[in-house]
Design a protein around this ligand. Structure first.
Ligand code: PNS
Length: 160
């Protein structure tokens, strides 16, 4: 079985992520969306909340599973005998960091291949940070995240 892992912070998942998830899940037998638990970015949502939101948004995709990891991605891959990492690329500015991370992951574990998918051009400007920033000031995020995620985000920001 061809299994790929799509790792990220997903704080929260956006239409940009969902586009990559949908396309990658049509290529591989199984796609594991792996949420990084202890991100240095200090996530707004807990790992359970982020997982739940991804599960809700990918319910119709039967070969997508949602999991979490902490620590190094290569260790998570090795522990589960996974070998393929999927990353989305938006702009040239993503490239340098992603290139460095892919090479470092390969150095740490030569059995891992990182495959890049170009983002849909509709979402080239989209990131979870931008969504949170707009939501914070009550801007319109209806074209950036599913309705359910927008509601969760508003609730979360109101509670803070
Ligand atoms: O959605 P993000 O925040 O861009 O995702 C980045 C992520 C989670 C894929 C990356 O930071 C990661 O894999 N972190 C785990 C720690 C690790 O393995 N770092 C890379 C060493 S080269």
């Amino acid at each position: 079985m061809n299994i790929a892992v799509y790792p990220g912070s997903f704080d929260p998942v956006t239409y940009g992520h969902l586009d990559i998830i949908e396309r990658a899940s049509s290529i591989f037998d199984k796609l594991i969306v792996a949420v990084l638990e202890n991100s240095a970015k200090k996530p707004l949502f807990t790992v359970e909340e982020r997982k739940d939101m991804i599960k809700a948004a990918t319910m119709s995709l039967r070969n997508v599973e949602v999991d979490y990891f902490s620590g190094l991605l290569v260790d998570y891959m090795k522990q589960n005998d996974y070998h393929i990492v999927i990353k989305g690329l938006r702009m040239l500015s993503d490239f340098e960091y992603e290139f460095q991370m892919a090479l470092m992951n390969k150095k740490l574990n030569d059995d891992i291949e990182t495959l890049f998918m170009m983002t849909n051009s509709k979402y080239a400007y989209l990131s979870s940070s931008i969504v949170k920033e707009i939501a914070k000031f009550n801007g319109d995020i209806s074209e950036l995240v599913p309705e359910y995620i927008a509601l969760r985000l508003k609730e979360k920001l109101r509670g803070k």
